[in-house]
Design a protein around this ligand. Sequence first.
Ligand code: NAD
Length: 294
Amino acid sequence: MTRVAFIGLGNMGSGMAANQAKAGREVFAFDLSADAMARAKEQGMTPAASAADAVKDADIVITMLPAGSHVRDVYMSTILPNAPKDALLIDCSTIDVDSARTVARDASMQGFRAADAPVSGGTAAATGGTLTFMVGCREQDFAEIEDALKPMSKATIHAGDSGAGQAAKICNNMLLGISMIGVSEAFALAEGLGLDPQKFFDIASKASGQCWSLTSYCPWPGPVPAAPSNRDYEGGFAAAMMLKDLRLAQEAADISGAPTPLGSAAEALYSELVDRGHPNKDFSAILQMLRGRL
Ligand code: NAD
């Protein structure tokens, strides 16, 4: 039986790890939170006494942690010293490109195969096993990584070498943040001009303004019934998470020298939404801030 060590059983990790267990793999689970460990046991996983204990006999080690500092710490202090050298190491957290490359380089120097594999999709996709993974790894390791991720994924795409998965993730989410603000500004202007928002949606969704933020996730309540805008912007992709990704994009832009004036403006606007006390609202609530309602 394939043995999976899963470290980080939070909002995303608990559903992802449960899907590994459902696929018939033996999951050794570890989290600093006692509640998360109790939930893991209920979901058919083996709670490990420590992260070192979780990884010591693993075929696959998966991490789903908050940020780069956590991933670097867990890799350096626990995974690299304790995991078997033939274990496949996959970090699914969203972290900065430099941390991803550092961790992969150190892992590879010690003889491990390692990948960064951040995800697109929120907690519903984590629970449903329908995440999209963007993978940075050596070409020759990809097939095995794709197989390791299969119980949690609807699609797995090889983005390039180490760090390329994180690069793809932050570029995509920067684009998403910018496009959501663009759509929201257009609705706010349409409203200011006395144009019926539904009419604007009907026209723009069939014209050159069409994009995912408009037609799949419309920030104006009504035109897209499944969008969080119809439930007071609750239960979607939190503004604080969008801000985290926009900050990672800006750090990466500073380091690489890439010009991202709209990414920078998007970071400032989401920072304002969070500072106004709405970190948990769906990121499409930016429309209500622009309209002066939040
Ligand atoms: P979370 O805060 O709910 O979970 C993180 C878990 O890691 C917590 O349970 C925490 O106790 C645990 N943890 C922290 N340090 C640890 C350590 N040293 N050892 C063991 N466990 C430790 O976060 P989340 O929402 O599950 O997100 C995880 C990652 O996924 C983040 O990088 C996030 O950016 C990314 N992500 C989240 C979403 C989302 O919708 N929540 C979507 C895509 C990507």
